[in-house]
Design a protein around this ligand. Structure first.
Ligand SMILES: C[S@@+](CC[C@H](N)C(=O)[O-])C[C@H]1O[C@@H](n2cnc3c(N)ncnc32)[C@H](O)[C@@H]1O
Length: 232
């Protein structure tokens, strides 16, 4: 399938509709990659629990359970990366990041409203994100920021028509700790990373291949930009 291509500029944000694997290599360096790519996990079955898992069918339909190509994270181009993942991805993703970056840590955010377990997985109520950095690009933040364990209800998929929208409070904390001035999210979804980057006064570049989610991201980022302008 050919993915359509399109670019929208909003203040300090540039949003691409298209394929991250084709577009990102043409964009050069960014201080930070903050990304929430496809998780890789078995989304089949579920019996009586499946209905309570909300967006399972949409996750499968949109291929959001198929994983991603780790080599899109290039430590020569991005001095630090934050990447969300399923806990089943940790055994493969951690060695890749550890082999490419100076330090690699796993952090977690907690969901008070987790979906029922999928296929005997652990940790339905916590989700990891990995933060890896080159020398000189360590995490930033005050003591209490660094130690805060974020608890946030996952966003209902009906809010933005996307099954895996990341909560604003989680993205705000990450944006505080990741440092850097230019941020790229090559798997932008509905633009949660972009909204947090704009709130933090950073420049943002996002890529999303799904046209519907791309337009949701455009609307959210326009709104975040307008709020920033009003506050200035
Ligand atoms: C886990 S979701 C991100 C959700 C986002 N964090 C949010 O809060 O809305 C991953 C997104 O990557 C997109 N995606 C998957 N493969 C892609 C590709 N090759 N290029 C661009 N986007 C892609 C999917 O359409 C999906 O919206």
């Amino acid at each position: 399938m050919t993915i359509p291509s399109f670019t929208v500029c909003i203040g300090n944000a540039r949003l691409y509709l298209g394929d991250a694997y084709a577009i990102l290599p043409t964009l050069g360096r960014f201080d930070r990659l903050v990304m929430d790519p496809q998780y890789e996990f078995d989304n089949s079955g579920g019996g009586e629990y499946r209905a309570a898992r909300g967006a399972s069918d949409q996750i499968v339909e949109e291929g959001l359970d198929q994983g991603f190509d780790h080599t899109i994270i290039n430590s020569l181009l991005f001095d630090a990366v934050v990447v969300f993942c399923h806990n089943d991805q940790l055994p493969k993703l951690l060695p890749y990041l550890d082999g490419n970056y100076h330090r690699t840590v796993v952090a977690f955010w907690a969901k008070p409203n987790p979906p029922p377990h999928r296929n005997k997985h652990y940790l339905a109520d916590t989700e990891p994100y990995i933060h890896a950095w080159n020398r000189g690009h360590e995490p930033v933040g005050a003591h209490h920021d660094m130690h805060r364990f974020i608890t946030a209800g996952s966003q209902p998929s009906k809010l933005y028509g996307h099954p895996t929208v990341k909560p604003e409070v989680v993205m705000d904390k990450i944006m505080t700790n990741v440092g850097g001035q230019s941020v790229c999210d090559p798997f932008m979804g509905t633009g949660s990373t972009g909204v947090a980057a704009i709130k933090a006064g950073k420049t943002f570049v996002g890529i999303e291949k799904n046209e519907k989610h791309f337009h949701t991201a455009v609307a959210r980022i326009k709104e975040a930009h307008a709020r920033q302008q009003e506050a200035a």
